[in-house]
Design a protein around this ligand. Structure first.
Ligand SMILES: Cc1cc2nc3c(=O)[nH]c(=O)nc-3n(C[C@H](O)[C@H](O)[C@H](O)COP(=O)(O)O)c2cc1C
Length: 200
């Protein structure tokens, strides 16, 4: 089964590293035929801080930016979040993007690629797993932590992973596909009953 995989770049600040690492994830996942891969840059999605009057539970969006984001997340069968660590936490841009929606996330699996200094963004990844669980995303135990990320970025601006990172990413994607393939029929059955905003 081909599953729709959205790779989400969590940081949005000027000069960020996020896209550099996410491009590697995108290329690595695209080598696998079982994924239909799309890179999603939150800087381009351009979500303001939560500006909808109705709470996400109702899925009633006034603004075009929220509707566009809802469509993107609804299309996905699985996610990989590429996240930095800001003060031991995921960036506000990513937390906001998750909290703007609710049902669109539900019953989908997610892997996390985190990066930072010696801590490899792992504290951010753990906090992110907690939030994802609260919007009914199955956050995989298999993650890809990248310590001292700058050491893996060449002068040409290309990220070159080491072997453990590649092995970790391969294992995470394998697990992601299993969960995505298992959960998709469940959501499709719910969508037929009108209980899930599954994309057609
Ligand atoms: C607000 C802020 C807080 C940060 N806090 C941490 C931190 O807790 N741990 C860490 O390893 N690096 C931290 N850093 C350094 C980041 O790892 C580094 O700036 C990285 O490039 C951030 O990802 P980005 O370029 O995609 O935004 C912080 C950076 C910023 C901007």
């Amino acid at each position: 089964m081909t599953v729709n995989l959205k790779i989400i770049i969590g940081s949005t600040r000027p000069g960020r590293v996020g896209p550099t690492i996410a491009r590697w994830v995108e290329a690595f996942a695209s080598e696998r035929e079982q994924f239909d891969v799309e890179l999603v840059d939150l800087a381009e999605v351009g979500l303001p801080l939560l500006d909808e009057a109705a709470i996400p539970f109702f899925g009633q969006y006034q603004h075009e930016h929220t509707k566009r984001w809802s469509t993107i997340v609804s299309q996905a069968d699985a996610f990989v979040f590429v996240t930095p660590e800001y003060n031991f936490f995921p960036p506000a841009s990513l937390v906001n993007a998750i909290q703007v929606l609710l049902a669109e996330w539900g019953r989908k699996p997610a892997g996390i690629v985190s990066y930072g200094g010696i801590s490899a963004g792992l504290r951010s990844a753990q906090a992110l797993r907690q939030l994802l669980g609260n919007v009914n995303v199955h956050a995989l135990a298999q993650m890809v932590p990248i310590p001292n990320f700058a050491e893996f970025i060449g002068e040409d601006g290309v990220f070159r992973p080491n072997q453990p990172m590649e092995e970790g990413a391969a294992g995470m994607l394998e697990e992601l596909h299993k969960w995505a393939a298992a959960l998709k029929p469940l959501r499709q059955a719910e969508a037929r009953d009108g209980a899930h905003p599954e994309a057609a």
